[in-house]
Design a protein around this ligand. Structure first.
Ligand code: KG4
Ligand code: ZN
Length: 350
């Protein structure tokens, strides 16, 4: 089964061909970062216009790279992200997929982007089979989401915790903006933090939601995070103590990163304490963070579970994870999928 995947939920236009859910035959990603950088964040209007310009070329490139030519007949199905994400961005990729599937006479599959981030850990020959990794605890962390997800068996997802406000990547990006470090903030803070002498110079809030807060919406407080207070704390800290030099900025970045990473690691440890899971799988752009990888390795070790991280090229948004998850038999299929609209607020397990 060779599936062409298409991804356009935010600011990456991507297409890929994956065989049997795991073997990546091609993966093409066009990143719009340069277009959004002057604005310090993703501008939806610019994103959707750029997707429209690029999507045709990106799809052709992925098919050519997979089959050594434009052999459309070699594709068995077309899969595309239908949520969550920016509505105007999602619509470009999902509509392209509908058109392509119709013209090729191939099945279409609608994929949940967050669930696909977790499948990214299986896109490497060294990873175990999904069935052997389950039951799994998944952490999807990116600029748009921070979700703790239970995967009892391949293709089954249940959201067990999440952020009540900002996503972890968003918290990194907002801090970088306040510190004047540019966009996206995660990679810069990650790098800068490594140069800091101390990572406990400033005590930031731990991102723990208050039990009983209505915003929890039925989720356990100790499996949720809240990062909006962290950003406010940074703002006040900078007002009261303007950094005196690069070393100060590095220590602030390291302390701030420690608060985010600590919150994520703590919630994973609490979920793993149930003893229900064999594996901790982590995907999304923030899973590139060096300190997060370090802390999660300790957490997994202590809980005696295997830690699976996506390869760096499959951590950020890509289409191989979309085609891969579709290859597992997951997703919205015929006859419902042609009438399926994009769902910007889709959750894992929906
Ligand atoms: O998965 P992704 O490419 O797109 C979304 O679905 O959002 O994630 C992008 C996010 C950005 O917020 C970026 O700052 C963050 O991932 N990020 C990082 C690192 N690299 C990217 N955050 C922390 N440390 C990193 N090394
Ligand atoms: Zn993503």
């Amino acid at each position: 089964m060779r599936i062409l995947g298409i991804e356009s939920s935010c600011d990456e236009t991507a297409a890929a061909v994956v065989e049997d859910g795991r073997k990546v035959l091609s993966s093409v990603v066009f990143s719009q970062i340069k277009l959004h950088q002057p604005y310090g964040g993703v501008v939806p209007e610019i994103a959707s216009r750029s997707h429209v310009e690029k999507i045709g070329g990106v799809i052709r490139e992925a098919v050519e790279a997979a089959f050594g030519g434009l052999h459309w007949e070699a594709i068995d199905a077309v899969a595309a992200t239908y949520g969550p994400g920016l509505a105007s961005s999602l619509m470009v990729g999902f509509s392209a997929a509908k058109g392509l599937a119709t013209s090729l006479g191939k099945p279409l599959i609608g994929i949940n982007h967050i669930e696909a981030h977790l499948h990214a850990v299986f896109l490497s020959p060294e990873a175990p089979e999904p069935a052997d990794a389950c039951p799994m605890l998944g952490l999807a962390v990116s600029g748009g989401h921070t979700s703790f997800i239970e995967v009892p068996e391949p293709g089954k997802f249940r959201l067990i915790g999440q952020t009540l406000d900002d996503a972890a990547g968003e918290a990194f990006d907002k801090a970088a903006k306040l510190l004047g470090l540019g966009y996206p903030g995660g990679p810069v803070i990650d790098k800068l933090a490594k140069t800091a002498k101390r990572r406990d110079a400033i005590v930031f809030p731990k991102g723990r939601p208050r039990p009983g807060t209505p915003a929890l919406g039925g989720f356990r407080a100790d499996l949720c995070v809240s990062f909006s207070g962290l950003k406010t704390a940074l703002m006040y800290h900078l007002r009261r103590n303007p950094p005196k030099g690069d070393e100060d900025v590095a220590e602030i970045a390291a302390s701030y990163q420690e608060a985010i990473v600590g919150a994520l690691a703590d919630r994973c440890a609490r979920a793993l304490a149930s003893g229900r899971y064999a594996t901790l799988a982590v995907g999304g752009g923030v899973s590139l963070n060096g300190r997060l990888r370090e802390r999660l390795a300790e957490v997994a070790d202590r809980a005696h579970v295997r830690l699976l991280l996506a390869k760096p090229c499959y951590c950020g948004d890509n289409a191989a994870m979309i085609a891969g998850l579709a290859g597992l038999g997951v997703g919205v299929k015929e006859p419902d999928v042609m009438a399926q609209d994009v769902v910007p607020s889709l959750e894992a397990g929906d």
